[in-house]
Design a protein around this ligand. Structure first.
Ligand code: FES
Length: 122
């Protein structure tokens, strides 16, 4: 086995840090896709897939994506909650892949809450 260089180690560290931030490392923005039974039936998987596509296109290390159970609001599913450090969480309702891309680009990255889709501030 060839010896590893300092650059090799740096690359491994960066890759690991990025993957860890997706799973639960330090993050100032948390995006929760509510994936209970009715959320999934209403299309939460498409929403999560769109979100993961968007995440793959950004180098932001401070964004954490999690899947959780439902919020108890069947009629509003799929729901997504965006929580930025120091701000009230925003719950988005009736999400689709396209709405998720818009929320990610405008709210998560640029800070502009997409009030048309928002169910509530929690
Ligand atoms: S089953 Fe939980 S919100 Fe519908």
């Amino acid at each position: 086995m060839a010896k590893m260089s300092i650059d090799d180690l740096k690359q491994i560290k960066e890759k690991t840090a990025k993957e860890t931030s997706l799973r639960g490392g330090a993050a100032s923005i948390k995006i929760t896709v509510h994936m209970g039974t009715c959320g999934i039936a209403a299309g939460a998987r498409d929403v999560m897939n769109a979100l993961m596509d968007e995440m793959a296109q950004t180098d932001r290390q401070d964004i954490r994506v999690v899947a959780s159970g439902c919020m108890g609001m069947c009629s509003c599913e799929p729901n997504v909650t965006v929580k930025k450090e120091g701000e009230e969480p925003i719950v988005y309702q009736h999400m689709t892949a396209n709405k998720m891309r818009q929320v990610f680009g405008r709210h998560v990255l640029e800070g502009e809450v997409q009030t048309d889709f928002a169910l509530a501030k929690m």
